[in-house]
Design a protein around this ligand. Structure first.
Ligand code: FES
Ligand SMILES: [Fe+2]
Length: 332
């Protein structure tokens, strides 16, 4: 049986977000990715990432600090420049010949206000988010959430829509939405993602016109999921009755076997004031916490990709999700 966990070595060859660019300063920050420790630090104005191991005696660089725009190891004070080269060894004095030591750096890029890291040459590019550059939409970030589950379990849940009337009965789930009707899943040309469109109904507790009786509580909603391997999905929601557009982008960072950091931005047209933005964050967190309570108690931290689980017609696109991850794990 093939399965995926946060420690599957093939995930070293894909991009993962590690946090918003502005969240990294001159204080070294330790983080884990696919079970490996890294340090992120701002040097010469840019966020740099290295394996969190000093080449001298293997101390943690993240316990050090920035000195003269270099990262200084906390053990013997060696300093390393933004390009990873050893720049100073205090025990040898100022004019010494320096050892050819160099920090190991993964692939790094900056996109969608996030720092992205791939420990090895990545085989899949990141998902494009068309809503990002739409001037009619505002970006509302949810503070990152750490979940005690595998990234594949979290994305599987995010894509799934037959759980809404049960897990989300306390928020938007409607008992008029139990039956999942026919829908199709379209793979992207390069095979690393798919698009699913699905119209359904929700209870719209965010619509003030519901309280006045102008709009019904149960309203039609159009969903469009854009998934891309390994762990990104953009869920574009449109509510024809209110004119709301909300693209919820979920990016998962597999840290350890049992821990995933989830980065979420909502790109929407109905959040203009700080109060509206905060209300949207609070509501989305309530929905996410409903999912979290289920996901954190799934039987284990892996997702089986071929055998071992029972699928039905309404799981069509989450089966497609498994096929795409299987391609990543075992190849074509
Ligand atoms: S272990 Fe880093 S300077 Fe010695
Ligand atoms: Fe959910």
């Amino acid at each position: 049986m093939t399965s995926i966990t946060n420690l599957s070595p093939e995930l070293r060859k894909t991009w993962h977000p590690i946090g918003r660019i502005g969240s990294f300063g001159s204080e070294p920050t330790r983080f884990e990715l696919v079970g490996e420790p890294f340090v992120a630090v701002r040097l010469s104005g840019e966020v740099k990432v290295f394996r969190d191991v000093c080449p001298h005696r293997y101390a943690r660089l993240s316990d050090g600090r920035v000195v003269n725009d270099n990262i200084q190891c906390p053990y013997h004070g060696w300093q390393f420049a933004a390009d990873g080269r050893c720049a100073h060894v205090p025990a040898l004095g100022d004019d010494a010949t320096l050892p050819p030591a160099r920090l190991t750096a993964p692939h790094v890029k900056y996109a969608y206000d996030l720092v992205w890291v791939a420990p090895e040459e990545p085989v899949v590019d990141i998902l494009s988010i068309p809503e990002w550059d739409d001037p009619s939409l505002d970006k509302v970030w949810i503070p990152p959430v750490d979940v005690n589950a595998g990234a594949a379990q979290i994305v599987d849940n995010f894509l799934d829509f037959s759980h809404f009337p049960y897990v989300h009965a306390g928020t938007f789930g409607s008992d008029k939405d139990r039956l999942v009707h026919e829908y199709s899943t379209v793979r992207t040309d390069d095979g690393w993602g798919f698009v699913v469109e699905y119209p359904h109904v929700i209870e719209n507790h965010e619509d003030p016109a519901v309280a006045t009786g102008e709009n019904p509580l149960v309203q039609p909603r159009h969903m469009r999921y854009d998934f891309r391997a390994p762990f990104t999905a953009n869920l574009r929601l449109e509510l024809p009755l209110t004119g709301m557009v909300n693209a919820i982008v979920l990016w998962c960072q597999p840290m350890t076997l049992a821990t995933t950091r989830v980065h979420i931005v909502m790109i929407r047209n109905d959040c203009h004031t700080p109060e509206e933005r905060q209300a949207a964050i609070d509501y989305e967190r309530r929905i996410f916490d409903e999912d979290k309570r289920v996901i954190e108690f799934l039987a284990d931290k892996s997702v089986p990709l071929d055998r071992g689980q029972v699928h039905v017609r309404s799981d069509r696109h989450t089966v497609e999700f498994r096929r795409i991850l299987q391609r990543l794990i075992i190849g074509d």
